[in-house]
Design a protein around this ligand. Structure first.
Ligand code: HEC
Ligand code: HEC
Length: 207
């Protein structure tokens, strides 16, 4: 009996799919099969996601300060308690993020608790700065392998699938738990838009 309860709890906690599966439909498109206009429309929706506080609060500049939108979830401001991620971006120089943000793929259920995800909590590398940046600046950064971690378009798509497998930060942002506004749309739509944008040649509004 106890074993059955344990298994049932694991199924509930694990959601609809097992660890290691991304649970997404990958509708790949041939390069060049999407028009510039459709690609730009997809980019517009990607921008709505990446500029949302659930994403941009971790993609901050070389002041190394995470942003947050609690407790009243008004406009994002600097993380409370004087948190600084340091150049390590994990808080190694001061107070490590993981002191409060656990690493766990289980859903977030407690309002105002430090959120957790399936990868060690940290700021994104400083080249990936989005918070406070213009739409075109973010677009240029995301398509530039010199500043996006060496990724081409296919690797951007793989990054989303890998995130979903780990239930890491992107997956969390679309399902951040009670009291937090999720990033707009769904993870599936974000994946589809990224595939479209890549197939259109990653156009930016300033092109
Ligand atoms: C002393 C505990 C503590 C430490 C250390 C800490 N945090 Fe937090 N963090 C919290 C709490 C608690 C919240 C949620 C606040 C709320 O919802 O009211 C939070 C929220 C956040 C959010 C907001 C997420 C959102 O929904 O917008 C981000 C981003 C964040 N922390 C990043 C970091 C980073 C990066 C580090 C390490 C440099 C860090 N935190 C270190 C306690 C901590
Ligand atoms: C908890 C902090 C955190 C949150 C929240 C977060 N990211 Fe990130 N992001 C990171 C870290 C750390 C990396 C570097 C890891 C890597 O490159 O695999 C990263 C890298 C990336 C990259 C690859 C590099 C680039 O800039 O092109 C993309 C794309 C990305 N994140 C998208 C998102 C999106 C979309 C969201 C919201 C839906 C999001 N992130 C939310 C921390 C975060």
């Amino acid at each position: 009996m106890r074993w059955i309860v344990f298994v049932a709890a694991m199924i509930v906690a694990g959601g609809a799919f097992a660890a290691g599966e991304h649970g997404l439909d990958v509708n790949r498109l041939e390069p060049g099969s999407v028009s510039q206009a459709e690609g730009l429309a997809a980019w517009g929706r990607i921008h709505d996601v990446v500029s949302h506080p659930r994403c941009a609060n971790c993609h901050t500049d070389d002041a190394n300060v995470p942003m947050w939108s609690g407790p009243e979830y008004e406009k994002p401001g600097p993380h409370g308690m004087n948190i600084n991620a340091g150049e390590s971006r994990i808080g190694a120089e001061f107070l490590p993020c993981q002191t409060c943000h656990a690493t766990s793929a289980l859903p977030n259920t407690v309002p105002h608790a430090a959120p957790h995800a399936g990868a060690p909590w940290m700021l994104a590398p400083v080249e990936f700065v989005w918070f406070g940046q213009s739409e075109n600046a973010i677009c240029e950064q995301m398509r530039d392998p010199e500043r996006n971690g060496g990724r081409d378009g296919d690797a951007m798509v793989e990054h989303i699938l890998h995130d979903a497998e780990l239930r890491s930060f992107i997956t969390w942002a679309f399902d951040p738990g009670p009291g937090r506004e999720a990033a707009p749309g769904t993870l599936q739509e974000h994946l589809d838009d990224t595939i479209r944008w890549v197939a259109a040649g990653m156009p930016c509004p300033g092109d």
